[in-house]
Design a protein around this ligand. Structure first.
Ligand code: NI
Length: 258
């Protein structure tokens, strides 16, 4: 199990902005996580509160294309005590230093077999506060063998050194939560696909461009991410994130009325 990186892995991460680790937890914990994961999704836990929603749709379809749950440990506190979390934390400290914040970002992203659509090219920071500069590390634990065909992550190496690029809502529909970078076709040729076995994870840095294809296999693609953050610093000039100001999602409406 991995909870300490070699100097070579640290160098690779700093240069490329991503890294693949083969084992972040035990088979027993993985099995437990799968049961929790399936139960939260099938019961639509957090839907009323806007914590569960379709990243790639308008939330008015019976079968979401890319269901996501934000902060699942709100509902299952034991998720805060996993080996996965402890190992990820140790690696985050190694990469970011001792000032890593206690509060961890956390979500589950489910790509159903045959139904799950692509996650378009984007930078995670396009979703975040435009007045601040971030230094985060995102751990993407795969509960299944993630392959190119099931929707493993793909990265543009070195793009974590870019600032936030202009984005738009998926299908240019502000009712959809998910974002896509403008002119995604510019990045496709540089993509590096990062398959990962069940129980392994990919790590990525704040500003890296990434993508995941549709799930065209007969297996689900279940991912559980943890995000470790340094205290953000103010920007001199905020980013003009007009794509977020235009949003009108059903999820936000549920969250405000709940
Ligand atoms: Ni992302």
């Amino acid at each position: 199990m991995e909870n300490e990186l070699t100097q070579q892995q640290v160098n690779f991460f700093e240069q490329n902005g991503h890294l693949t680790l083969e084992a972040m937890t035990t088979p027993e914990e993985l099995e437990w996580l799968r049961r929790i994961y399936d139960s939260l999704l099938s019961k639509r836990v957090g839907w009323e509160q806007g914590h569960q929603f379709d990243l790639a749709g308008t939330d008015d379809e019976d079968q979401p294309k890319l269901p996501q749950i934000l902060g699942p440990s709100r509902y299952i506190p034991e998720l805060k005590d996993t080996l996965y979390r402890a190992n990820a934390k140790a690696i985050a400290y190694q990469l970011l230093g001792p000032n890593v914040q206690d509060q961890i970002g956390e979500h589950m992203i489910y790509k159903p077999s045959q139904i799950g659509v692509s996650t378009p090219w984007h930078q995670d920071q396009a979703y975040h506060n435009p007045t601040q500069f971030f230094r985060n590390i995102n751990f993407w634990l795969s509960l299944d063998d993630a392959t190119v065909d099931s929707g493993c992550l793909q990265f543009v190496p070195g793009s974590h050194k870019l600032d936030v690029l202009p984005h738009h809502s998926i299908n240019h529909d502000p009712r959809i939560h998910g974002l896509e970078v403008d002119e995604p076709e510019c990045w496709v040729d540089q993509a590096v696909a990062c398959p990962v076995p069940a129980g392994g994870a990919t790590l990525h840095a704040s500003y890296i461009l990434h993508y995941a294809g549709p799930n065209v296999t007969d297996q689900p693609r279940r991912a559980y991410t943890l995000v470790f953050r340094m205290p953000p610093t103010p920007r001199d000039i905020p980013i003009d994130n007009y794509w977020e100001r235009q949003k009108q999602t059903a999820r936000a409406e549920r969250s405000e009325s709940g």
